[in-house]
Ligand binder design. Sequence first.
Ligand code: SF4
Length: 405
Amino acid sequence: MTVRGELETVDLPIEESAVDALLSVTPAAVDPAPTLSYCRNVFVPLTTACRYTCTYCTYFDPPGSASVLSLEDVRDICRRGAEAGCTEALFTFGDDPDGRYTAIHEQLASWGYESIHEYLRAACVVALEEGLLPHSNPGDQTREQLALVADVNASMGVMLETTANVDAHAGPRQKSPAQRLRTIRNAGELDVAFTTGILVGIGEDWRDRAESLLSIATLHERYGHIQEVIVQPVVDNERWDGGTPDLETLRRVTAMARVALPDDVSVQVPPNLAPARELVDCGIDDLGGVSPVTDDHINPDYAWPALSELEAVAETAGVPLRERLPIYDRFLPPAYRNETPVEGDAEDVTDEENADDAALGYEADDAALEDDSGSRSNAAAGEERQWISPRIEAALEAADGYERD
Ligand code: SF4
């Protein structure tokens, strides 16, 4: 499969037969997860500037109204979050502010920063000083941009959304699925534990959904760095009146995500964004973040659920709820792991499950997995992976651990 964008082209070895197999999956094909996890976080909306104008998005502000949080504000939010027991500073972004955002660039320059990534690095350091682990979502990123902030983040992310070129991304500043795939690839090459996901209902069809999930699975097969995949429906808001997917669609696509991805990759449905109670039997094992401090700056119409809501979802599923860090346990050295391994975790992948993967066409094919730049990750080369930097390890060591429910 070739995904094309304005600037990028990405080739992924996805067979039509694998797409067809995934399209036949129904919720009946998956088992409910034995536990549900979540993370305590605070939202830090570093900037509302974005070079894109996705038609369903209420996050970005146009030039003239966009803002950048000062480092004092970042510190205040992080301090309140740490005091409330959070472990994650979730840095939300638009995408690199383009030349239209002169006020943003002038503001950054007046503070001594040449780029938003330079500024993000400083903000992540503030979060670490306040005792939180940064997880940043700065949108599309070049390898150089990622490298600039990788060592001050416990994990990072970007929503793939879809591999299809949809009208919702169209216009003079078109977001490119190929660039998103490149970002995910760049993270894999730099050993960054990574979160991604699909956005359902923005004009993609079922085949696009299957190809999107298989693209993520293929990149994970190559780099081993995907920690969770979010399944998120688009919702009507002041900029989008295209409707939201119905429950049957969400149940099917969630089950497809569970089957498409290996068991060591979580499938996340945040209850504030989707009807998680009606999806718990479709293979989800993570409920995302919950914050006692800030509003959800990505979807302001949907307040973060209280922890009691997460407990209610877990009760509906009849499984325990457990807290996790923004970087999943399997990426941590054993001394820093807090979760109790459960059946279905990465170490417990069975021959039968591997056989299922093979049926969907996921077997590693060294020739096919050689990417178009010719580079290979440490994992592909069989070298030991270092998922956390000395700086993040020091932050983990400084923390006395966190209380698991
Ligand atoms: S969805 Fe992301 S990339 Fe698109 S306009 Fe909103 S903030 Fe920008």
